[in-house]
Design a protein around this ligand. Structure first.
Ligand code: ACO
Length: 331
């Protein structure tokens, strides 16, 4: 039982067609392309404008691409985990809506809410169902329709985020040295909630006319605190993960960080002495898609990976939540 490893056997990303460039942002709030690019590395983000579309459609878009690429039979899917903070509804979860939309009649699922760390938390959770032999095909998605919770009058947050996501297929490793999700360091600290949250809409402060008028149904963030905590959290979890597995930075082929801000990503690389050229970055095209950034990044750079490559995937997000996962690429 203990010898089964979970391997990623396919990946796909999806973003809505419409693009909001930094020039477009200049028309919404007092900002500039130069400020956004120099402070964050972001050039544009994708936005869903169709009022009938929700996060489940981002996930379905990614799954449809995955099915096309891999020939996956949706009836063989056992389980779907969707990492998101912008589920279609407060309840029910989005994963079972996705299952119905794609016709995965034999699957069940649930959502995991760990903000920007949601995808790595979900990946590790799913890998345990594979390792125990419980399930054989699990879809792990990360997606957020951030435009649904952004205040496009708040220049400190609206320029950062975009809509999008992706999905990976997890299956049992069929070969003795076939790679897999090897190990992880996952962390959380509820004290961090003060610095990155939505003020109203939960049980602590249910939505009322007053909360809506006060614009409390949007993302609230104290950027400088999050910035510093993100560099510290991701750097420390990567170092702990390397130490636990007797690995050096030179053993790692690529670092796939949650795409929060280019300065944060280079900050992490420089802090731990990781070569910047091995840090995979695509934030310029999508902004921060919260739970969506890591599968989108894996999808964009899939062509770079070869079997046996050692990747570290790392994230930091609201909660605070953070961590790092050691993955050996399997194809
Ligand atoms: N355009 C122009 N000026 C702006 C903008 C904007 N969009 N936003 C803020 N400013 C101004 C501020 O008002 C401030 O002006 P002041 O000095 O007159 O008060 C000035 O720019 C500097 O503001 P800071 O907040 O100090 O700017 P900073 O360099 O820290 O950059 C940023 C802000 C980009 C939000 C940064 O703090 C950051 O990236 N934090 C991490 C946030 C993050 O990535 N969160 C995502 C969720 S969690 C995660 O994914 C890790």
């Amino acid at each position: 039982m203990g010898s089964i490893k979970a391997i990623i056997t396919g990946v796909a990303g999806y973003v809505p067609d419409e693009i909001l460039t930094n020039k477009d942002m200049e028309k919404l709030v007092e900002t500039s392309d130069e400020w956004i690019q120099s402070r964050t590395g972001i050039k544009q983000r994708h936005i869903e404008r169709d009022p009938d579309k929700a996060t489940s459609d981002l996930v379905v878009g990614a799954i449809n691409k995955l099915v096309e690429k891999t020939g996956l039979d949706v009836l063989e899917i056992d389980m779907i985990i969707v990492a998101t903070i912008t589920g279609d509804h407060t309840f029910p979860d989005t994963a079972n809506i996705v299952a119905s939309k794609i016709g995965a009649k034999n699957a069940f699922g649930y959502d995991i809410n760990a903000a920007c760390s949601g995808f790595i938390f979900s990946l590790v959770t799913a890998s345990k169902f594979i390792e125990t032999g419980t399930y054989k095909k699990i879809l792990v998605a990360g997606a957020d329709q951030m435009s649904s919770i952004l205040d496009y009058e708040d220049r400190t947050t609206c320029i950062l985020f975009g809509d999008g996501g992706g999905v990976v297929l997890l299956e049992p490793n069929q070969e003795p040295d076939g790679g897999g999700i090897h190990d992880a360091v996952l962390r959380g600290d509820g004290e961090g909630a003060a610095y990155l949250h939505m003020k109203a809409g939960g049980s602590k402060k249910p939505t009322t006319v007053e909360t809506v008028m006060a614009r409390e149904h949007f993302v609230y963030q104290e950027g400088r605190v999050v910035f510093k905590a993100a560099i510290k959290g991701m750097s420390e979890s990567i170092s702990t993960l390397l130490e636990k597995n007797n690995l050096d930075i030179a053993d790692i082929d690529y670092l796939i960080p949650h795409q929060a801000n280019k300065r944060i990503l280079y900050g992490v690389a420089d802090y731990i002495g990781f070569p910047r050229e091995k840090v995979l970055i695509n934030i310029e095209n999508y902004g921060n898609t919260t739970a969506g950034t890591i599968p989108l990044c894996l999808s964009d750079f899939e062509g770079n990976f070869k079997k046996g490559d050692k990747l570290i995937i790392t994230a930091f997000g609201g909660g605070f939540t953070w961590g790092a996962v050691l993955v050996e690429w399997a194809y």
